[in-house]
Design a protein around this ligand. Structure first.
Ligand code: IPM
Ligand code: MN
Length: 362
């Protein structure tokens, strides 16, 4: 029996709907395995701006720091997207949270599911059996570099991409360690033919590689990697990359899984860890009970695995998702409209399958 505190940051748009289903699955795990999970909800994003004027209020930061793990939904509201003069944006909350909690390593696994191969616009033979993981640096690079802003006359704008060896080192070691437990192959994705930061990445990663002689290291420019990911995704095992490139190639990679709604992620630091689906707040679908909860549910599985070392429990969730897909259960993004289920129904069934402790796995 294990007692754990989980901070729940549901956020905006479909965030609350999908997070609710992930919590349902965590409760199914708690029941089946005899654990106790205590949840504490906190505000973030547009929801937090509406209530407090701040997208990442101090009270939320405190709850996050006191929790054993954080489950996060989504952030973003169109009312800010179309207003370039908005001083406070929901996304600032997410970025500040990542920075303040030191969540430097974003882990995004990409897998194809046999049952969903046909919904991907990519050729089935190319994507069948895809299984790689992207380690995206999350607290540096162009997202945070200074100086940034507008010139005095407003005619130019600038962002800075800055990386230190220390930042590159801490995520790279996590990626190498992951590669050692997988197929022992690591691809550094960069733009070293153009960017000074990328050349620092290459130099630093080459040095680090000497500590992991069992891992084969290769390098790929990001433009070429963007092509290879959809042309031959089975080339990859562990992909290591900087913040912005990682953001872009993981959305691209979700096409392999069939839907952006399928992909989970973990954001790891030295003292906190956060788990969230990679999709955004999808405001068009909010409140309609049609959003795919599987990315959020698989994020709960990653939480059990990475934050609590509950491997069997995590596997119970993954198996339940696999079995649900085998039953052709899913929201309209992955199942034909006529057979599609609601967000709630998908969550209910997966929770039920967890309780049955489904043991037939992928
Ligand atoms: C993500 C999102 C965020 C990012 C946005 C919402 C700031 O796209 O988590 O991938 O760019 O990191
Ligand atoms: Mn993104």
């Amino acid at each position: 029996m294990s007692k754990k505190k989980i901070a729940i940051l549901a956020g905006d748009g479909i965030g609350p709907e999908v997070t609710k289903e992930a919590v349902k699955c965590l409760n199914a795990v708690a029941d089946s395995f005899g654990h106790q999970f205590n949840y504490q909800e906190a505000l973030i994003g547009a929801a937090a701006i509406d209530e407090t004027g701040d997208p990442f209020p101090a009270a939320t930061e405190k709850i996050c720091k006191e929790a054993d793990a954080i489950l996060f939904g989504a952030i973003g509201d169109p009312k800010y997207d179309n207003d370039p003069s908005a001083k406070v944006r929901p996304e600032q909350g997410l970025l500040r949270m990542r920075k303040n909690l030191g969540l430097f390593a974003n882990v995004r696994p990409v897998k194809s599911y046999d049952k969903l191969l046909h919904i991907s616009p990519l050729k089935e033979a190319n994507i069948k059996g895809t299984d790689f993981v992207v380690f995206r640096e999350l607290t540096g690079g162009i997202y945070f570099g200074e100086p940034r802003g507008r010139s005095e006359n407003g005619e130019t704008a600038f962002d800075s991409c800055v990386y230190s060896k220390k930042e590159i080192n801490q995520i790279s070691r996590k990626a190498f360690e992951a590669a050692q437990l997988r197929n022992k192959k690591l691809t550094l994705v960069d733009k070293a033919n153009v960017l000074a930061t990328s050349r620092l990445w290459r130099e630093t990663v080459k040095d680090i590689a000497q500590d992991y002689p069992d891992v084969a290291l290769d390098f790929m420019f990001v433009d070429n990697a963007a092509m290879k990911i959809i042309q031959n995704p089975k080339h990859f095992d562990v992909v290591l990359t900087e913040n912005m490139f990682g953001d872009i190639i993981t959305d691209e990679a979700s096409v392999i899984a069939g839907s952006l709604g399928m992909l989970p992620s973990a954001s790891l630091g030295t003292s906190s860890s956060l788990f969230e689906p990679i999709h955004g707040s999808y405001p068009e679908a909010a409140g309609q009970n049609i959003a795919n909860p599987i990315g959020a549910i698989l994020s709960a599985a990653m939480l059990l695995n990475y934050a609590f070392d509950m491997n069997e429990e995590a596997e119970a969730i993954e198996n339940a998702v696999f079995n649900a897909l085998e039953e052709e259960l899913g929201t309209p993004d992955i199942v034909a409209e006529s057979k599609a289920k609601t967000t709630t129904e998908v969550g209910d069934r997966i929770a039920e399958l967890i309780k049955e402790k489904a043991s037939v796995g992928a």
